[in-house]
Design a protein around this ligand. Structure first.
Ligand code: SF4
Ligand code: SF4
Length: 443
């Protein structure tokens, strides 16, 4: 019997390429009205989704069609910014006369690529607090995920990742590398500095990405960007903490102007998160001053309140995230609630990306990062067995095994939330643990 699309996506180890890495076979295996391809790429400086749509428009459309068939969705939209003119043109050609698929063009604002924003923009509906897009009949997949779905249908597993390398590098690039490649090799390829020379590395975008202390860390299926910045850059400093001094400043400086809440994109579409109340709760030292604690789970960590809204230089977003993580650690989970009012002035509150980039002090790094069609020499990959939400894969190879690109090296059971892992280079397995598998290239 022919394998189902679901089985092929599971076998290929496809996970969300642009976010937390939710296993895709589970995400699309649902009854949906609409599938939204997310190509907005709202994080400043990153160019991966744009390059995917420019270079692989047919695969994006094919992957979208498969996701629509698996989920039963009658309609598919590819959501991208109107300013991505080349991608728009190529996608229009790829769509041709496929009536069920349309482009949905977005303004250039931050965070246009947030899943909840996209759902609201396209459908007019709001995903309830504590809910997921499926609650309003939508499935959202990153365009990179859709390319991986199209490959999965041809039994090609996920072994490589497209990554933008930018910031303090001589030649910003977007390059495809084997999963497990040490990040420092990509930085070297872009003409960047060595580790420990007064520079810091962000994995992901400047706003939502995390500082990566170890530049030898492996590229994962979810890695979209590597940004090198001076260690004392504002963006890096804002990512530290929260420190004792941050708490002291919250207590002494926050004037409760509520500007952070007024610009919060999640609050504006009717989700209840109110960062100024979290600051108030911390300032008073009273949890009840935060209000409805469930609201903090609606924060998407976009950082707009910290990087853009607060003129006092405080870190409301960091504080919301800290409270959210503390609740999760205690086993408290988000509860599904009714959506509040969408702010009628929402359209006027959208923050233009250029202004956001200026405020972040990143204008000089906002340059093209063209696709480089080149294989970089990788003599060793370290492939994590957990690159996604859920359980890690279990190694199915031992030290000494010869493997080829695409061989299964880590497997999960189908009823578990997780994803298979495959060899990304030809070589010999030289290390196996519960966390990762190392493969050394044949010399
Ligand atoms: S954190 Fe900043 S923007 Fe928010 S209420 Fe306090 S001072 Fe105002
Ligand atoms: S980081 Fe701040 S602005 Fe962004 S969703 Fe969370 S509270 Fe709102």
């Amino acid at each position: 019997m022919a394998k189902s699309f679901y089985d092929r996506i599971f076998d290929a180890g496809v996970i969300g390429a642009g976010g937390a890495g939710f296993p895709t076979h589970i995400k699309v295996n649902a009854k949906a009205d609409v599938v939204l391809a997310n190509g907005a790429e709202c994080e400043p400086l990153l160019r991966v989704d744009r390059r995917i749509m420019e270079h692989y428009p047919d695969k994006v459309v094919e992957g979208l069609q498969v996701a629509m068939r698996v989920s039963g969705a009658a309609k598919g939209y590819i959501c991208l910014k109107a300013k991505y003119k080349l991608a728009v043109e190529r996608l229009q050609n790829a769509i041709g006369n496929k009536k069920k698929i349309e482009l949905f063009l977005l303004d250039n604002y931050y965070p246009a690529g947030d899943e909840q924003q996209i759902v609201h923009e396209v459908t007019g509906k709001v995903v309830p607090p504590g809910g997921i897009p499926l609650d309003v009949g939508a499935v959202v997949c990153n365009v990179g995920t859709l390319v991986n779905i199209a490959d999965a249908v041809e039994d090609i597993p996920v072994t490589h990742k497209l990554v933008t390398v930018t910031g303090e590098v001589k030649n910003p690039i977007t390059i495809k590398v084997p999963v497990g490649t040490p990040m420092k090799l990509l930085i070297k390829e872009a003409g960047g500095p060595d580790e420990g020379q007064g520079y810091a590395l962000i994995e992901g975008g400047p706003a939502m990405g995390k500082v990566q202390e170890d530049w030898s860390s492996p590229v994962k299926k979810t890695t979209g960007g590597l940004i090198v910045l001076p260690s004392n850059h504002l963006v890096i400093r804002k990512k530290e903490g929260p420190s004792e001094s941050d708490y002291r400043l919250t207590k002494s400086v926050c004037c409760q102007c509520s500007y952070c809440t007024q610009l919060c994109p999640r609050n504006n579409i009717g989700l209840g998160v109110q960062p100024h109340k979290v600051m108030r709760g911390i300032g008073y030292g009273r949890g009840d001053a935060i209000g409805n604690i469930n609201d903090v789970f609606s924060c998407c960590d976009c950082g707009l309140c910290t990087y853009y809204a607060c003129y006092m230089g405080l870190k409301p977003g960091t504080m919301v995230t800290t409270i959210k993580n503390a609740l999760l650690k205690k086993g408290i989970r988000p509860q599904k609630e009714r959506v509040k009012e969408v702010n009628p002035a929402w359209e006027y509150k959208k923050v233009p990306t250029e202004r956001f980039i200026q405020r972040l002090g990143l204008s000089k790094y906002d340059v093209d990062a063209p696709m480089v069609d080149k294989e970089i020499a990788v003599d060793k990959v370290r492939i994590p067995l957990k690159q996604h939400i859920g359980v890690p894969a279990t190694p199915v190879v031992e030290v000494g095994a010869d493997v080829q690109v695409g061989d299964l090296i880590g497997a999960v059971e189908k009823d578990k939330v997780g994803a298979n892992v495959h060899a990304s280079i030809d070589g010999k397995v030289t290390f196996v643990s519960k966390e990762l598998i190392e493969i050394s290239a044949r010399g």
